[in-house]
Design a protein around this ligand. Structure first.
Ligand SMILES: NC(=O)c1ccc[n+]([C@@H]2O[C@H](COP(=O)([O-])OP(=O)(O)OC[C@H]3O[C@@H](n4cnc5c(N)ncnc54)[C@H](O)[C@@H]3O)[C@@H](O)[C@H]2O)c1
Length: 266
């Protein structure tokens, strides 16, 4: 008798009936992750500041009770507390949390001219939001043996000028990720995804949606031959949320078409 398992076909619905919360899930990368969760058989709660965008998702997806939208500001604890409580009322359990929300464009000002309020906007929107959502979802995630994914950035590894607040917030998220993975293992796995350039213009709410204006050289500079899209992040998020990733925790996985591995001399 062989001790080896038999060959099994891949599961077409690796998140079947799992309940996943995606912050900032109504647009951009978050929407890509949300759609990937639905495609993998999961049940979904998207939380977002933009109510129009959230409602548009539900009407465009038309998946009935399998997806909910709840208004959310990840930087405000009462809002986060209410979001998690209402998600629990809706579905009765929480198996996954994707901390994706936050102000996306990093360039603001030179550090000597950066107002404290702008610094705080980035730290609160990314790092504090990731802390608050994790804090309030953890009791349910522990019960379910669930997983957290934090969306960081390839900017934790490389920078353009005048991006200190964003880079610091995202670097904090990567450190928060391995710290929490050690605290919460083996009950809850915690990983980060660091996207590179992801074109999100086509993934906005209908009134703001447009085709991305990408040049040939934008694609060509990527070792993978193209700029990224939200489903590139969604695919990894589904894997990290699934049982197939049961031996992966505390990691930061870069999804950037190879850009951070490319030697640059000019
Ligand atoms: N697009 C990229 O190239 C890229 C690259 C690396 C990392 N990221 C990160 O990915 C995540 C998503 O970025 P994106 O480009 O899809 O952004 P986006 O602006 O297209 O979408 C962000 C969504 O989050 C919501 N949101 C913003 N602040 C919020 C808050 N305080 N509470 C709740 N919802 C909030 C917005 O309303 C929006 O729907 C961000 O964390 C961003 O830093 C993006």
């Amino acid at each position: 008798m062989s001790l080896l398992p038999p060959i099994e076909p891949c599961d077409p619905a690796p998140l079947r009936d799992r309940v996943v919360l995606v912050t900032g899930g109504a647009q951009g990368i978050g929407r890509g992750i949300a759609q990937a969760v639905l495609g993998a058989g999961g049940r979904l709660v998207i939380g977002d500041l933009d109510r129009d965008a959230g409602r548009a998702c539900l009407s465009e997806w038309a998946v009935g009770e399998r997806a909910r939208f709840l208004p959310l500001d990840v930087a405000r604890e009462p809002s986060v507390r209410g979001f998690v409580a209402r998600a629990l009322i809706a579905f009765g359990r929480i198996d996954g949390l994707v901390n994706n929300a936050g102000p996306a464009s990093p360039e603001i000002a030179t550090l000597s001219e950066l107002p404290l309020a702008d610094w705080r906007r980035f730290i609160d929107g990314h790092l504090t939001g990731t802390f608050l959502c994790s804090k309030h979802a953890l009791p349910e995630l522990r019960k379910a043996g669930g997983a957290i994914i934090n969306i960081a950035s390839s900017r934790v590894l490389q920078s353009e000028p005048h991006t200190e607040a964003y880079a610091a917030a995202k670097g904090g998220i990567v450190a928060f990720t391995h710290a929490l993975a050690i605290s919460e293992g083996p009950d809850v796995r915690v990983n980060a995804i660091s996207p590179g350039w992801i074109a999100t213009e086509g993934w906005r709410k209908p009134t703001a949606r447009r085709a991305p204006k990408l040049l040939r050289r934008d694609h060509a500079q990527h070792p993978a031959g193209r700029v990224g899209q939200p489903p590139d992040i969604g695919a990894l998020a589904v894997f990290l949320l699934s049982d197939a990733a049961g031996f992966i925790t505390g990691q930061n996985i870069v999804v950037d078409g190879g850009m951070t591995r490319k030697m640059q001399y000019v």
